[in-house]
Structures are given as C-alpha cells and as structure tokens.
Design a protein around this ligand. Sequence first.
Ligand code: ADP
Length: 456
Amino acid sequence: MLPLLVYSMFISDSLKTYFRNTNEKELLYQANKVAVSIQKNNYLTDENKKQQFVDEMDIKSEEEGFRIIVTDSLGHAVTDTNRSAIGKMCIVPEILVALDGKDEANLRESEGVIYASAYIEDEESRKIGAVLLVSSFDEVNNIISDVDHNGFIIMIILVLTLAVITFFLSQAIFSPLNNILETIQRISDGQFHNRLDIKGHNELSRLGEAINVMTQQLEHVDTARQEFVSNVSHELKTPLSSMKVLSESLLLQQDMDVEMYREFMQDINSEVDRMTNIINDLLALVKLDYREEGMLNIAETNLTELVAAIIKRLTPLADKKHIELEFECSKEIIIEADEMKLTLALSNLVENAIKYTPGYGSVSVTVDCDHQNAFFSVKDTGIGISAEEQSKIFNRFYRVDKTRDRETGGTGLGLAITHSTVMMHNGSIKVTSAEGEGATFVVRLPIKQHQGGAGK
Ligand code: ADP
C-alpha cells in the first residue's frame, strides 16, 4: 500500500510540473509573438493605429483564451483586454523584468494563473513597453485534482479489498493454527490420545500430520514407560514377597532347628541376589538409555581376545551342565568398540545359550569378519524360541516362560541390554530358531565407527 501511495503522489506531482512547464513555455511564446506584432505594426508609437491595436488584441485574447495587458515603458497599462487595468500602473514583477529586457513566465499557485511577459522595442532597440499575458491554470488544476480524486478512490477500494482478503486469509490460517495450538496444549498436559483433524493438502496440514506422528510416538513412549514402571515394580515385588513370607515363617516358628533356619536364610539370600541382579541390570539399561554422543568409550578392541575371555569365564558354568562350549575363530579381528559394554552384551548371549540348553548339549561361538563388519554368532542346541516369541525377546522384562526363567535366575533384561548396546555400536542383531531345535543369535558390528556416529 505504501509504495502505491508514494507512487500516486509522485504521479500527481510530475503531472503538475509537466503541465506547468508546458503552459509557461507556451504562454511565453505567445507573449513574444504579441510583442513582435506590436513592434512590427508600431502600435505603441502610431496613435492612428490605436483602435486597430485594441481590436487585434481583443481578437487574439478571445482566440487564445488569455488576457493581454500592454504597458508603456513606465508600466502604465495602454491596453487591457479586460479593460480594468487601462491607465493604471501595472506593478507586476514579470512586467518589471520585461521592461528590464528579459521575458519571464511564472505560475501563481494561489491565484491559479500563469503570468508571462515580453518586452517591446523600437527601431533603436529601446524598451518602449511590455506585454503581459495572463492565462488561467484552473483547467490543469482540475485535471490534477481529478487524477488525485480517482487515485484516492482506487486507494480506498484497494485498502478495503486488501482488508477483506487479509481478514479471510488470516481466518483461514489462524483458525487451524489455533486448533493446532490447543491440541499441543492438551498433549503437553499429558493427553497423548489427542489427534489433529487434518483437512486439505498444504503446509499446515503437513505440520498437522507431523504433530500427529509425534503425538503417536509420545503416546507410545508413555505407554512403554508405564509398562516399564509396572514391570519393574512387579519384578521387585516378587522377591520382596518371598522374603516377607520366609522371614515371617522364621519369626512365627518357635524352636526351629538350625538346618531349617539355614535353609530359610539361604532362600532369603538368593532372593536378595535376585533383586541385586535386577537392579544392576536396570542400572545398566538406564545408562544405555541416557546415551549421549561420546557416552561410548570407543577404542580399538581385539574382538577375538574379548570373546575368548568370555568363553574362558563361562566354561565352568557350561561344565556344570556338561555342555560342550566351543569357540571358533580363524583370525584376529580388531574393531572399534566400547570393550566393557560389548563384553556385557556378548556375555549375555553366551550365558543365555548355556542357560537355555539342557544338560549334555552344545553351544558353539564363532567370530568372523568381512572388510566392513565383524560377525559374532552363538548357536545352541537348547529349547529354542518360537517364531512368535522371537520379536518380543528383546523387550525389557520379556521372558518366554516366566516360571522356568525365575528358576534359571533370569531377569528378562539381558537381551534388552545386548540389543541397546549393539544399536549404540551401529550394528544389528538377529535370531533364528524354532521351538525345541536350539537358537542362533548373530550380531553384526561395524569394524570402524563413523566419526560421531557411535552412541546416536
Ligand atoms: P533372561 O534374563 O530371562 O535370560 P533375556 O532378556 O536374556 O532374559 O532373555 C529373554 C528371554 O528370551 C528369556 O527369558 C528366554 O525365554 C528367551 N531366550 C533368550 N535366549 C535364549 C536361548 N538361547 N534359547 C532359548 N530361549 C532364549
């Protein structure tokens, strides 16, 4: 609007200047023409031609539409086509300038007229008089004020149109924005089931879709959090209840023999161990959850040695169940990894293989690599995992058979820890198994971690 306003003012100003200059020039030309005609016909010097002079001036004035005043060398009006100035002194600046030998034209803004003057000479080039032409500028002023007026009306129409368009546009933009804002408010109050009603295909609807996806994820995280908290409470409550029952029986039984007493205390002790295991695993998981860039202590790690150490540590456990624990690795493999976290993650897999393989079975661990990745696999001849369960075993606290696992001392967190650690190393983990036919877990780990890539 502002440039338009400035432009319209500029147009009316330029128009006015243009008309003013043209009219001044034209009037000056006419003044000189009249002066030359008076000079040629000796109208000022020849008394006999006076009437002819007055008539000619009147005709010219009528034809051209301007007033003609002719003065003598002293400024007395000799003739005036309006008659009012005849015999009077004409003290107009333009006449004084003309008597001084120059011609001039000026617009008198306040009077709405243009004055143009020219001098009259005799044969000896003496200034014997002056011609003053007075022409109205009202017509031009009217045209300009018409232009201004029309411009003003166009401006008003434009303003109103713009105001109406702005109003409807802002309605179209702000009402969905308000809707989005209200939904976000409700979501931030914890009402994650809220979704935006999306209409059309524009930037706002795309924003709405993105918010809906975000809310869905928030809802998912919230559900997972609630599930996790209730799982943790449940898992901790179970050993606590057993301890309560055991200790109450101890307190109520009088004259209990020492053997019985020891047995009860051992049970309580194993429940305490179980709680400690759960809490340790939980702490390890929480640490993995709050991972930030640089949380992993990445260094060149000899994977072959790391796995050999795990095998050495777990061989007594396998021996106890008469399980054959084999390790196969044809070359030394060095990868970039966090040694501590990786040891825990891979140990979980070997421990599980021993745990879920009945006595006299076998567990074989293989480490291999190509030019980009290292592969760690654990194959057992154990109870196996059904296809349906395979997608769930990496969830926290998930156990295929809760009662049996409690006997084996599992917390249901081991595979979740392994999964998180492998993900942090930008690797992947896969399980292939069938119920009763053993299980094979394969972990892929990149040999080199991209700069800043680990831990994300
Ligand atoms: P847990 O501490 O109970 O072993 P995990 O997270 O390590 O918890 O494992 C989750 C579940 O996956 C286990 O309870 C078990 O039912 C199943 N599982 C894991 N490894 C094996 C395996 N090698 N063979 C059969 N089942 C397994």
